[in-house]
Design a protein around this ligand. Structure first.
Ligand SMILES: Cc1ncc(COP(=O)(O)O)c(C=O)c1O
Length: 411
C-alpha cells in the first residue's frame, strides 16, 4: 500500500483552494512557499466576505451589527483557544501580526523588568523573536543568546549554562523557519522554571504543522500567525491565565485593562479575525472527534504525517543530487517541520528561485528574516538558501517536479 493512500482526502480537498487553479508558463502553480504564508481555502475567503457583507461594524455598541461583531470576535477567541490548547478565549489576544504583538510584549516587559535582569534568546530564531528583546538592552537589560550546533539544533547545555537567577525570560522558537528544526520546548520549560524565568515561544512556524497544547506545555506566552495556517493576516498571542493582567502593556485608558484585551490597541481587523476562525474550523474538518479540540488535534496529527512523508522525499531526493547541500536536521525523527532549505553549488538562491518559477514552482530565497541562523551557519554571504515547504495541499507530483528542476539547475 502506498504510504500516502490514507490521505486521499487531502488531494480531494485541493478543490477548496481557488488559487490552486492558477497556472504559470503552462504549469499548475506548485505552492512550496507555505513557510512564508499558505494559500487560503474558499471557506476562509467566504468568512472574510461574510463579515463585510453582513455585520461590518465597530464593537461594544447596542445595535445588531455591533453585537454580531462582538460575538464573532469572542467566538474566534474560543476557536483559537481550541487550536492552541488554551483554557479559554480569555487566553487569546489578537494583533496585527506576530512581530507587532511581540514588540507590544517586549515594550511592556521592558517596563516590568529591572536593569541587570536577563533575557535569553536563541541563534535559531526568526528576527521577530530576537529584535524586540535585543531592543531592551537600551533599558539596561542583559540579552544573551543560546548557540546552535552544527546540525542546526539548539545547544541545550549552552542554554542551561546561560540561565541564572537573574534570567527573567527565555524567548525561543518552537520550530525554525529556516532549517525546520523543532525545539525541545518541554526541556527548555523545565530549565527556565528552575530559575523562575518565564518562557515565551514563537510558534509561527510550528502551528501550521503540529498540534499544540499550550496549557500542558506550561508556556507563559506563545505566539502564532493565522496566515501561516490557511487563514488571514492576523497575529495571535496565547498568555497563561492571569499573566497578561500583571504586565504594564501600553494601552489607552479607554481600553479594557485586563486580559485578553489589555494588549490589543485600537480597532482590530475584524474581517481577518472572522477568517482566522474559519481557518481553524477548516483544519478541524480533516479530523474526527467529539468537539472542536479533538477534531483539531486529530487533523493536525494527520497533517503532520502527510507533510512529513512529502518533505522527507524532498530532503532525501535533494541529498542525492550532486552539488546540492541540504540544511537542517534529517527526517529520521518526526520532530522535524516539513520545511527544507538547500544550496546548489555555484548558484545564487535568487537564480534558483527564478528557474523554479519558470516551471511554476513558488519557493523562497534568502534568510526569510531568520537571518541569525543563516548567518551563524555561514550562508549569509552566499545569498542564504532556497527554501521549500510542504502544506496540506501539496502533492507527490509537485515533489517530483521540484526534484527534476533542481536536478536540471544543478547540472
Ligand atoms: C518563525 C517565525 N516567527 C515569526 C514570524 C513573523 O510573523 P509575522 O509575519 O506574523 O510577524 C515568522 C514569519 O515568517 C516566522 O516564520
Amino acid at each position: 500500500m502506498n504510504e500516502l493512500s490514507s490521505f486521499a482526502d487531502f488531494i480531494e480537498r485541493r478543490k477548496d483552494f481557488p488559487s490552486l487553479e492558477r497556472t504559470h508558463n503552462g504549469y499548475p502553480l506548485a505552492y512550496l512557499d507555505g513557510p512564508g504564508g499558505t494559500q487560503v481555502p474558499r471557506q476562509v475567503i467566504d468568512a472574510v466576505s461574510w463579515y463585510y457583507k453582513t455585520c461590518n461594524s465597530n464593537t461594544h455598541g447596542f445595535f445588531i451589527t455591533t453585537n454580531e461583531s462582538d460575538a464573532m470576535i469572542e467566538e474566534t477567541r474560543h476557536k483559537l483557544a481550541a487550536f492552541l490548547g488554551a483554557g479559554s478565549g480569555k487566553n487569546i489576544s489578537f494583533g496585527h501580526n506576530m512581530t507587532t504583538l511581540n514588540y507590544m510584549l517586549s515594550r511592556a516587559l521592558g517596563k516590568h523588568f529591572q536593569p541587570g535582569d536577563e533575557i535569553l534568546i536563541t541563534q535559531l530564531d526568526h528576527e521577530a523573536n530576537r529584535g524586540p528583546w535585543i531592543a531592551l538592552r537600551e533599558e539596561g537589560i542583559i540579552v544573551q543568546e543560546v548557540r546552535i550546533k552544527d546540525d542546526a539544533t539548539l545547544d541545550y547545555e549552552d542554554m542551561e549554562s546561560k540561565l541564572n537567577e537573574n534570567t527573567r525570560l527565555v524567548a525561543m522558537g518552537f520550530s525554525a523557519n529556516t532549517t525546520g528544526t523543532v525545539n525541545n520546548v518541554r526541556r527548555a520549560r523545565q530549565m527556565a522554571y528552575q530559575v523562575g524565568a518565564w518562557l515565551l515561544v514563537d510558534a509561527v512556524h510550528y502551528a501550521p504543522h503540529f498540534p499544540i497544547d499550550a496549557s500542558s506545555l506550561g508556556v507563559d506566552f506563545l505566539l502564532c500567525s493565522a496566515y501561516k495556517f490557511y487563514g488571514t493576516h492576523l497575529g495571535i498571542l496565547y498568555s497563561r491565565e492571569g499573566l497578561l493582567d500583571s504586565i504594564p502593556a501600553y494601552r489607552l485608558r479607554t481600553q479594557e485593562q485586563y486580559a485578553p484585551y489589555c494588549i490589543e490597541t485600537g480597532t482590530l481587523n475584524h474581517a481577518a479575525i472572522s477568517g482566522a476562525g474559519a481557518a481553524v474550523d477548516y483544519i478541524a474538518t480533516f479530523g474526527k472527534g467529539e468537539n472542536l479540540r479533538e477534531k483539531i488535534v486529530q487533523a493536525m496529527e494527520r497533517l503532520a504525517r502527510y507533510e512529513h512523508i512529502l518533505a522527507k522525499r524532498i530532503f532525501e531526493g535533494l541529498q542525492e543530487i550532486p552539488g546540492v547541500t541540504v540544511i537542517g536536521p534529517s527526517f529520521a525523527t518526526n520532530e522535524r517541520a516539513p520545511t527544507v532549505s538547500f544550496t546548489i553549488e555555484g548558484k545564487d538562491p535568487v537564480e534558483v528561485c527564478k528557474r523554479l518559477n519558470e516551471k511554476g514552482i513558488c519557493a523562497w530565497d534568502g534568510h526569510f528574516y531568520g537571518i541569525r541562523p543563516i548567518e551563524v551557519l555561514g550562508l549569509l554571504e552566499r545569498g542564504g538558501v532556497t527554501r521549500v515547504g510542504i502544506s496540506l495541499y501539496n502533492t507527490e507530483e509537485e515533489v517530483v517536479r521540484l526534484l527534476d528542476v533542481v536536478r536540471e539547475i544543478a547540472q
